[in-house]
Design a protein around this ligand. Structure first.
Ligand SMILES: [Zn+2]
Length: 158
């Protein structure tokens, strides 16, 4: 079931194709709710981190990881945001990992480099976004989950 979200509009002008367009992102000040995106598609997935148990599960495993020894809370929260999508969410339609905090790609050419312009006063739009799914993650054993967390941390350079 898709979630209806109120998102904020941003103007973008694309450095690759030169076209102007409008994209929508999670408004400032919203906590615990994220729209995940990948590097390679226009797919989006909604995450309610407060109610989705996999978010706490990954957080706990991260905090137990030897790679996080001696790291402060800010750093751990940063690592959780950077790695959660790849660790616990099924990939997008192109097989690439979703990531929290990834801004939308250009709607015209699908590439990532964009110049942003805030719209003033702010404008909002209601969007229906499918929830992030965790089919792969949910089929892993506890030990496999630990390995997966470690693999993703290593791959992302943590
Ligand atoms: Zn473009």
């Amino acid at each position: 079931m898709s979630e209806m979200m109120k998102l904020q509009l941003l103007h973008v002008s694309c450095a690759h194709c030169g076209q102007d367009s409008t994209v929508s992102v999670m408004p400032d000040g919203v906590h615990g709710q994220f729209v995940l995106r990948s590097e390679t598609s226009l797919d989006e997935a909604f995450l309610d981190a407060v109610h989705d148990p996999t978010f706490d599960e990954v957080d706990t495993l991260l905090n137990q990881s030897p790679r996080m020894l001696g790291k402060d809370n800010w750093f751990r929260a940063h690592v959780l945001q950077r790695t959660y999508g790849e660790i616990a969410c099924d990939p997008d339609s192109t097989g690439h990992a979703f990531r929290i905090g990834k801004l939308p790609n250009c709607p015209h050419c699908g590439r990532a480099v964009l110049n942003w312009k805030a719209i003033s006063p702010p404008q909002f739009v209601d969007r229906e976004i499918p929830p992030a799914t965790h089919k792969v993650w949910e089929h892993l054993s506890a030990l496999q989950k630990e390995f997966r967390v470690d693999d993703v941390l290593e791959r992302q350079g943590f």
